[in-house]
Ligand binder design. Structure first.
Ligand code: NAD
Length: 361
């Protein structure tokens, strides 16, 4: 039975980059028999403009019915004055929590062809290949009680709650260990167990989960040290697993080690490996409509989708090889352009990857 993919282009450069990813999917359908059906829906600011809601009920129904979701990006200055409940980002957060997409996978992979794009010295980053596994539906971003209250003195006090159940730590831990098994078999669990009881429990549970994976090495690191080590010697890491907030911060830092925001994909998975796939960057309103956005992060998100939700690892590799080939051929969108390379726009890059996928033998 064919798998269903819900396509949500979103706002800003979203529709431009998603159009390239669709071309690639269609090439895989045409040439290699990828058995998928594409459905389209609205999310974010464009959904608000159309129906007054950044996450329309219709989109939610389609999302529940699909095996995987491909999302462009949401947001932009146009919608910033809106009440927080109506902002485009609510659409994205709503999808993550409604679908219980608790495991956020963010690779920080440096393409050798782009080693010069990093702000760190090439010898520090060349060969960098880290997978950050961030817990996405718990922790301090969702914990209750939360709010701002007035004290007897008249002063206001803001408060949030960091909370993790053992089962939540176990399930994200297992995702990290399973992924490590397909890589270099090393997991670094990042916490603040010296100060926060909640992450003391996190550490204890991670240790317990590690018992189920004797072939994978586990070590623990405090988050402040992890931030330092990421910049000092990032190649020491294979898989990092951490809480929602620590992962939010560390994954952005790790991504930036590669110097190319337009290159990095992400996946957010549920218990059954259904997932939402999206580039890590935003809607880039400054370049929207100009035809210069780099579509490779979105195309590489399709490769993650093939690997994690559609169980088509060979097609994922085929697609990743095609991306390597266009980079080897010297094609570059402006964000990754360097001397001697050929500058191309969004569509040309999409066409080049589509062509590089090739025909079935
Ligand atoms: P951004 O990632 O959109 O852009 C940051 C910079 O990177 C910009 O200069 C942009 O031109 C560039 N850039 C981003 N993607 C690119 C690509 N594919 N090719 C070439 N250059 C690219 O971040 P921002 O400017 O802070 O946010 C813009 C909007 O996006 C905001 O409304 C924000 O809330 C939203 N946002 C959405 C998501 C998401 O949908 N997942 C994530 C982050 C930000």
């Amino acid at each position: 039975m064919s798998k269903k993919i819900l396509v949500l282009p979103g706002d800003g450069i979203g529709p431009e980059i998603v159009a390239q990813a669709i071309k690639v999917l269609q090439a895989l359908q045409r040439n290699f028999g990828l058995d998928v059906e594409l459905e389209h829906g609205l999310v974010g600011g464009s959904a608000y403009d159309a129906v007054g809601n950044p996450l329309p009920q219709e989109t939610l129904v389609l999302a529940h019915e699909s095996d995987a979701i491909l999302l462009g990006a949401v947001g932009g200055p146009k919608w910033e004055p809106l009440d927080i409940a109506l902002r485009p980002e609510k659409g994205l957060l709503g999808l993550r929590s409604e679908l219980e997409l608790f495991a956020n996978l963010r690779p920080a992979l440096l393409y050798p062809q782009l080693a010069g794009a990093s702000t760190l010295r090439p010898e520090v980053v060349s060969g960098l290949d880290i997978m950050i596994v961030r817990e996405l539906t718990g922790g301090i971003y969702f914990g209750r009680p939360r709010g701002v209250r007035k004290l007897e003195t008249g002063e206001r006090e803001g408060f949030n709650t960091l909370v993790y159940r053992e089962s939540e730590v176990e399930r994200i831990g297992r995702v990290a260990f399973e992924i490590a098994r397909k890589r270099d078999r090393r997991v670094c669990s990042v916490d603040k167990a010296n100060v926060l009881e909640c992450t003391e429990l996190w550490r204890e549970v991670m240790q317990r989960v590690a018992g189920e994976y004797p072939d994978v090495e586990l070590n623990h690191m405090y988050v402040d040290n992890a931030a330092m080590q990421l910049v000092k010697w990032p190649k020491q890491f294979d898989v990092m697993v951490t809480t929602n907030m620590f992962g939010d911060i560390l994954s952005d830092a790790a991504a930036m080690l590669t110097g190319s925001i337009g290159m990095l994909p992400s996946a957010s998975l549920d218990q059954d490996r259904k997932g939402m796939y999206e580039p890590i960057h935003g809607s880039a309103p400054d370049i929207a409509g100009k035809g210069v956005a780099n579509p490779l992060a979105t195309i590489l998100s399709v490769a993650m989708m093939l690997r994690y939700s559609l169980e088509e690892p060979e097609m994922a590799e085929r697609l990743e090889r095609a991306v390597h080939q266009v980079l080897n051929d010297g094609l570059r969108t402006p964000d990754i352009l360097s001397e001697g390379m050929r500058e191309v726009g969004t569509e040309q890059m999409g066409d080049a990857v589509t062509a590089a996928i090739g025909e079935a033998a």
